[in-house]
Design a protein. Structure first.
Length: 128
C-alpha cells in the first residue's frame, strides 16, 4: 500500500516535470523569435517530410553553417509533397539560429534560390 502511494507520487512528479520542460522550451523558442533586434531572415529549402504527421523538414545556412528545422503543416499530404525542393523565407535568431521558423507563405523567387548564404536584417518586403 505504501509502495503504491510512493509510486503514484513519483509518477505525478515526473508528469509535472515533463510539462514544465515542454512549457519552458516553447516559451524560450517564442522569446528568441520575438527578439526583434536579433531577428534575421534567410532562404531555406524544404528537403522532405518527416514523421507520421508529415512535418516539413527544411535546411538553411547561417555563417556558412547548416541548420535544420521542421514545421508542422496543416496542408494535405499532396500539398506538402509539392513543397519539397522549393525555397521559402526562414526567420531565425542570429544569436541562436536553432530557434527558427519556416515562413511557408513566402516562396523565394527562382532568381534567388542559388544564394543560400544571403540574409536580411529586416523582413525583405521587396521580394514579395
Amino acid at each position: 500500500m505504501k509502495m503504491n502511494k510512493l509510486f503514484n507520487l513519483f509518477f505525478i512528479v515526473i508528469i509535472i516535470y515533463l510539462f514544465y520542460v515542454i512549457y519552458k522550451g516553447t516559451n524560450e523558442r517564442k522569446h528568441y523569435l520575438q527578439d526583434n533586434k536579433n531577428i534575421r531572415y534567410t532562404i531555406g529549402k524544404v528537403i522532405g517530410l518527416e514523421g507520421r504527421f508529415g512535418n516539413l523538414e527544411y535546411v538553411f545556412y547561417v555563417n556558412n553553417q547548416k541548420f535544420k528545422g521542421r514545421i508542422g503543416s496543416h496542408l494535405s499530404h499532396k500539398e506538402d509533397k509539392s513543397k519539397i525542393g522549393k525555397y521559402f523565407l526562414v526567420k531565425y535568431n542570429k544569436i541562436k539560429p536553432k530557434y527558427n521558423e519556416l515562413l511557408i507563405k513566402y516562396k523565394i523567387p527562382d532568381s534567388l534560390t542559388e544564394k543560400k548564404f544571403i540574409s536580411w536584417e529586416t523582413f525583405p518586403k521587396f521580394l514579395f
